[in-house]
Design a protein around this ligand. Structure first.
Ligand code: COI
Length: 355
């Protein structure tokens, strides 16, 4: 096992921080001075290193490029009071990373590398954390196979890395969503619950076609009937019907077990006294509730997006519009989450992990 102190650190000769315009931070475009890299071979993780952010040299036969053993996570760090930095629920992402790894026949990553490595990396680049509302340091841990050969099999070697990106909001404005019936994101027995790269690659065509129709993203439906609702774009989804929040349940393994999803469920149940149902929900129930005036809010949740307001849902010829200025539950949740993460509200559950 690798202790945090065993991480070799090589500092960048010159910081890029002075070149950064913190008033213009599109999501995921700029990277900090350092990155973490660890290599797996002969059944163990070794050579854990923090070094200057730099390009990688790879062989064209790198298996990850051909057969897609590649997984990732998204996590955020924030500046707290007194210049301290905090990471939001990183242990949950560490556990989910290892669930994705198991599904993709990849080795688990030890906590010492994932969490302690992340803390050391952030401590080094702490001045890159934006202190503005809706801004954070987005943390991207990822792993990919590194054997170089073309036989289809699980690789025997892997690389784990963490890169950091100071970022503004992912979706700044309320979204228009198209209910997808042609393409499928995930089916039971598949990889929908894993955060593997292919899930995102496979979703692009649906998003592209929705964009051509004037929509920002799609609401995914099940693979068989195209009726049962799964996720919205790259986020979990919540529907407020008759004052109750309903979100698709996890048991079919077709949606991501979102850390923001479970955070919002806890906040609704324990702080806002809002009833939450995690269950199967189909589009007919949603349309029916809309026509009866019972569907008051629809919103997405994710690390990158936090809480994303939805102003329109289109299913076939039915257009369902929502006045997002009246999206009280989504807005209260976003404000509460922002307050906890900016340390202006007490973190009662130990979600904020100090760097
Ligand atoms: C996240 O919310 O962190 C995601 O992974 C979504 C996306 C940026 C891929």
């Amino acid at each position: 096992m690798i202790a945090a102190t065993e991480i070799k650190v090589t500092k960048a000769e010159k910081s890029k921080l002075n070149e950064m315009d913190f008033n213009h931070l599109p999501f995921g475009k700029y990277f900090t001075d350092h990155m973490l890299e660890a290599n797996y071979e002969n059944g163990e993780w070794k050579t854990v290193e923090i070094k200057p952010y730099q390009p990688m040299l790879i062989e064209p036969s790198l298996m990850a490029l051909h057969y897609g053993q590649a997984i990732f996570e998204g996590i955020k760090a924030f500046k707290g009071n007194n210049e301290n930095a905090f990471i939001f629920r990183p242990y949950d992402n560490w556990q989910r990373f290892n669930i994705s790894a198991e599904r993709m026949c990849m080795p688990p990553i030890p906590q010492e590398i994932f969490i302690e490595g992340m803390k050391q990396l952030i401590a080094l680049d702490i001045n890159w954390i934006p202190a503005k509302p809706d801004h954070s340091l987005y943390i991207r841990p990822f792993m990919f196979s590194t054997d170089c050969q073309l036989g289809v099999k699980a690789s025997e070697t892997y690389k784990f890395m963490i890169i950091l990106s100071p970022a503004g909001p992912y979706f700044a404005a309320p979204m228009k969503i198209f209910v997808e019936e042609k393409y499928t994101r995930a089916a039971p027995g598949g990889v929908g619950f894993a955060k593997n790269a292919g899930n995102y690659g496979g979703s692009l065509i649906a998003a592209k076609e929705a964009k051509n129709l004037g929509y920002d993203q799609v609401l995914w439906t099940d693979a068989v009937e195209h009726k049962w609702l799964q996720e919205v774009g790259m986020m979990n989804v919540f529907f407020v019907i008759n004052g109750k929040a309903i979100t698709p349940s996890l048991e079919e393994g077709t949606i991501l077990d979102g850390v923001t999803r479970k955070t919002l469920i806890t906040l609704m149940q324990e702080e806002l006294q809002i009833e939450v149902e995690q269950r199967r929900i189909n589009i007919d129930e949603l349309v029916d509730a809309f026509h009866k005036g019972l569907l008051s809010e629809v919103f997405g949740s994710g690390t990158a997006a936090t809480v994303a307001l939805i102003k329109e849902l289109r299913y076939k010829e039915t257009i369902m519009e929502f006045d997002t200025t009246k999206a009280n539950i989504a807005t209260t949740l976003k404000n509460k989450l922002d307050a906890i993460r900016s340390c202006t509200e007490e973190d009662k559950r130990g979600w904020m992990v100090r760097v």
